[in-house]
Write a protein that binds this ligand. Structure first.
Ligand code: ZN
Length: 138
């Protein structure tokens, strides 16, 4: 079953790092917080680098391509806002550059899902400052 795009979504939190992530998404860019000293990604965002303890931050762009690491299929809408959208495929996508992002997987039948399948990002604008990354077959 192919999924529909959802028009009503709950907005992400308004924590500063979260706002920055979704603001880049609203510009069509997938960027992850990274250490400005050693270059390692910090995703989910956090104040200190787990590799070198630096508190210096940069936002590194990634290409938006990756592979399906794992997934689950949500069949029961625990939030009434999702009633018209179940079943929803929620995947963990491993970006080619390394970080993993949870997102909806669209445009693929449940029986065709495979670990390692190639995916590419697209963005669904939900406000003028927030777009949600989602992935479909590359
Ligand atoms: Zn570091």
């Amino acid at each position: 079953m192919t999924q529909q795009l959802l028009k009503n979504r709950r907005l992400p939190s308004d924590r500063p790092a979260t706002v920055t992530f979704y603001d880049y998404c609203s510009k069509g860019e997938l960027r992850f917080q990274a250490c400005a000293d050693c270059g390692e990604f910090r995703h989910p965002p956090r104040p200190m680098c787990p590799h070198c303890n630096s508190q210096n931050i940069e936002w590194k762009a990634v290409k938006g391509t990756g592979t399906l690491y794992t997934w689950t299929i949500v069949v029961q809408a625990l939030d009434k806002i999702l009633v018209d959208d179940v079943p929803i495929i929620v995947g963990i996508v491993e970006l080619d550059e390394g970080p993993r992002q949870a997102a909806w997987i669209l445009g693929v039948a449940e029986e065709d899902l495979r670990v390692g399948m190639k995916l590419k990002v697209s963005f669904e604008a939900v406000t003028d400052k927030v777009a949600l990354p989602q992935f479909s077959p590359a």
